[in-house]
Design a protein around this ligand. Structure first.
Ligand SMILES: Cc1cc2nc3c(=O)[nH]c(=O)nc-3n(C[C@H](O)[C@H](O)[C@H](O)COP(=O)(O)O)c2cc1C
Length: 177
């Protein structure tokens, strides 16, 4: 049984490389119909990953409003923003909608659907004075925030293999329900 439409928003953070191998199979197993939305930075930093995602889903990764893709996305029943960069989290918490991804994210706040963010940021970003406030704002707006066991990570390390993909999906609908 389909759980509905799940937007997976990916950003310019190293763990985006794990989306095709780790998140997409889990989400499909649970019955989500996944649409991936990528920031411009994600598209340019991880082009191979974007191709893998498109191959796995059989539909394009959306990164802008261009009508050339030929279809509009259905409204989501749930949203994941993971891995979430410092940049995207900060701008989302400020209500900024100056890109396709941030516009779609701003639209979802207040729609009464489950939304979950999984930050993937290094310790330098985590120490920025705005960071904790941004997380608090998002939580106040009803966004679940799942912090992985290795977060925040040391600067310059590769994507940890304990990024909490299962826990993030669990916040939307527990497994086997
Ligand atoms: C290879 C690469 C890896 C990066 N990894 C991270 C990361 O893990 N977390 C993060 O917050 N920023 C990371 N950055 C910096 C962001 O990509 C940068 O802040 C960018 O503006 C984020 O844009 P976005 O939020 O629209 O994707 C990385 C940059 C590069 C080039």
């Amino acid at each position: 049984m389909s759980l509905g439409v799940l937007y997976v928003v990916v950003t310019g953070a190293g763990a985006t490389r794990q989306v095709p191998s780790r998140l997409l199979p889990l989400a499909a197993e649970r019955g989500w119909d996944v649409y991936v939305l990528a920031t411009v930075q994600a598209m340019s930093s991880f082009p191979e990953t974007m191709l893998q995602i498109e191959e796995a889903l059989g539909r394009p990764v959306r990164t802008d409003f261009h009508t050339t893709v030929g279809y509009s996305l259905p409204d989501p029943d749930a949203v994941i923003v993971a891995p979430a960069t410092y940049n995207t989290l900060t701008k989302w918490a400020l209500g900024i909608a100056d890109t396709y991804v941030l516009t779609r994210l701003a639209e979802q706040i207040g729609r009464d659907i489950p939304i979950t963010a999984g930050p993937y940021i290094n310790v330098k970003f985590a120490d920025h004075p705005t960071y904790q406030g941004s997380l608090a704002t998002l939580k106040e707006w009803g966004v679940n925030v799942v912090i992985g066991p290795s977060e925040p990570h040391e600067s310059g390390v590769g994507a940890a293999d304990d990024f909490p993909w299962e826990e993030i999906l669990d916040t939307l609908a527990p497994a086997n329900t």
